[in-house]
Write a protein of this length. Structure first.
Length: 565
């Protein structure tokens, strides 16, 4: 797997290879000038950032070239699927800003038609009912270097295969006793062409068809035929489906499809550092309680990113910057973090919050006085309004912003040092009070009234601190999220290791903090920049009087530093 650099550019991007294909097809009147893509998730889990990239690609192509996109659920495995997943997937697609062509479609819509098409292949002697077990079929396929062994039932008569397939359909056989296989070539260099299974028996309740069926189509059989039934023009898959393309085409060819038919094209799936993208592994994390559900803000799921404070615009920008590749690559997660930082820097309101407070008392400020100081809501917005920040004699500052014996170039607060309180005044530290354990409990300072923010002053300082007025402070709970894994490639570990061995023990820290009153202007999903601390989002469980914020991303921009010099 190649690692690539991710560099932003101001140049107009060139067409990716899929855009080139679409433009050429439209120019030459292929598919009668139609463009119809599809996004076909299996409803067996929540969508993750890799699916988001595929959504942006399929819907984005249709948007760009005046086409449409179907949302079709590949619901062919009832033991792992549920309506919960269906609803979550639809919510994610809408949240990303896309709308499918109505109605929502399902592979199960075509179960009757798929059965008829399978019967057609049996009648052409292109499919047969096999009695071998799954293990025997796997062993019988041989290896890439050696041909497979033909099933003893491969040349059974059409009439017997039709009877056997009907018995499978009405439930006369147990699970594993029979399968329907395509009759192709047991010596093919492509292992997927060695008589693949088309149907298996499953006595399971289906979330849409109830108990009507006890045989269910395999993905490779349902996929291409569903595309054909819907009139899909460009079936876009990830690279692992390259060897499946020959089978995709074989089914369509042997069904004697007339006129134009769908074509399959492949692009590289998204691989992200410090992340697992396997739905099976994500399900493990959920079921084994390593995370708090599919929407845990540490998860790479769309719902987890949404809860953490990521915006649809940031994810779409990320998908655009990653691009569409023909070979596997590893994308640095810091690019994703850069995209949300860039979006929130432009759009998120600012607020002052202190997460590790120490009391600071301004001895020469009147005891019963309080004033409100103007502070801009978003300095990146030329039309941004101002908020009013309460200020009085006693405030909180970050404990890390004070040192009794500081090193050189420590431009924050220390005995005898002067700093500016943001939007307020310049202060000088005069004395410190400690508790019985020797920890600083109070910092006493002097303020200079003629240094109020916006006033001309001869005093110059190098440090500016954020702060919160104690009398009006709003107590909040803050969840400091970090990357879930401690290694760049948790899915690529040594033999004998488990990806869960590399879960970051510090991926979540919970602290109490204090914010200025403006922090009450929250709603779940609303992003703030906590000045000097990072970007945070009100959690879905947040409520008036019980404010909970998730850290979306820190202020430090490692990707821009590394990739822009």
């Amino acid at each position: 797997m190649d690692k690539i650099e991710n560099k932003s550019t101001e140049k107009k991007p060139s067409l990716n290879f899929l855009e080139q294909i679409v433009e050429n097809d439209l120019k030459n009147g292929i598919n009668d000038g139609r463009l119809l893509t599809r996004f076909p998730p299996e409803p067996n889990g929540y969508l993750h950032i890799g699916h988001a990239k595929s959504i942006c690609l399929n819907f984005g192509l249709a948007e760009k070239y005046g086409g449409k996109t179907n949302l079709r659920f590949d619901d062919t495995n009832p033991t792992k699927e549920s309506t919960e997943y269906v609803n979550a997937i639809m919510e994610d697609v809408r949240w990303l800003g896309f709308q499918w062509q109505e109605p929502v479609l399902y592979a199960s819509d075509y179960f009757d038609k798929l059965y008829e098409l399978a019967v057609y292949l049996i009648k052409k002697s292109k499919a047969y009912v096999c009695h071998m077990s799954a293990e025997e079929i796997s062993t019988g396929r041989g290896t890439p270097q050696t041909p497979g062994k033909e099933s003893a039932w491969r040349n059974t008569s059409v009439e017997q295969n039709l009877r056997e397939f009907e018995k499978m359909r009405i439930g006369e056989y147990k699970e594993g006793e029979r399968v329907l296989r395509a009759k192709i070539d047991m010596a093919s260099p492509n292992m997927w062409m060695r008589d693949p299974v088309m149907y298996r028996i499953m006595f399971a309740h289906h979330h849409r068809t109830d108990n009507k069926w006890c045989i269910y189509p395999m993905y490779d059989w349902a996929h291409g035929q569903s595309d054909y039934i819907e009139g899909i023009t460009h079936s876009i898959c990830t690279l692992e489906f390259v060897p499946h393309r020959q089978l995709y085409d074989w089914f369509l060819e042997n069904l004697d499809i007339k006129g134009t038919r769908p074509r399959q094209y492949e692009f590289a799936r998204l691989n992200l550092t410090y992340t697992v993208m396997s739905k099976r592994k994500l399900l493990q994390l959920v079921e084994e309680k390593y995370v708090d559900g599919w929407d845990d803000p540490r998860m790479p799921t769309v719902s987890g990113l949404r809860r953490r404070g990521y915006t649809p615009a940031s994810i779409r920008t990320f998908a655009d910057r990653v691009g569409v590749a023909k070979r596997e690559n590893m994308i640095d997660v810091s690019l994703l973090e850069f995209c949300i930082r860039e979006d929130l820097n432009k759009n998120a309101p600012r607020a002052m919050v202190v997460l590790n407070p120490v009391k600071l008392i301004i001895d020469n400020y009147p005891e019963n006085q309080q004033e409100k100081l103007p502070a801009i809501i978003n300095p990146e917005d030329a039309e941004s309004k101002k908020r009013m920040v309460p200020f009085s004699r006693e405030i909180y500052i970050e404990r890390e912003d004070f040192m009794e014996d500081p090193p050189k170039k420590f431009f924050r607060l220390a005995p005898g040092a002067e700093v500016r309180l943001k939007y307020a005044y310049i202060i000088r530290c005069d004395s410190v009070i400690k508790d019985e354990q020797g920890n600083t409990s109070e910092i006493h300072c002097t303020y200079f009234p003629d240094t109020k923010s916006g006033m001309q002053s001869n005093r110059k300082v190098k440090g500016t601190l954020h702060w919160v007025n104690i009398d009006t402070a709003v107590e909040i709970e803050v969840k400091l999220y970090d990357r879930l894994f401690s290694v760049p490639e948790p899915e690529n570990v040594d033999e004998g290791q488990d990806f869960k061995d590399f879960i970051n023990a510090d991926s979540l820290k919970m602290v109490k903090g204090y914010g200025e009153p403006f922090i009450n202007e929250f709603f779940p999903g609303k992003g703030f920049q906590f000045e000097r601390l990072g970007y945070f989002s009100a959690d879905k469980e947040s409520a008036p009087g019980n404010l909970i914020f998730n850290r979306t991303v820190t202020l430090r921009d490692s990707w821009a530093k590394e990739n822009r010099g």
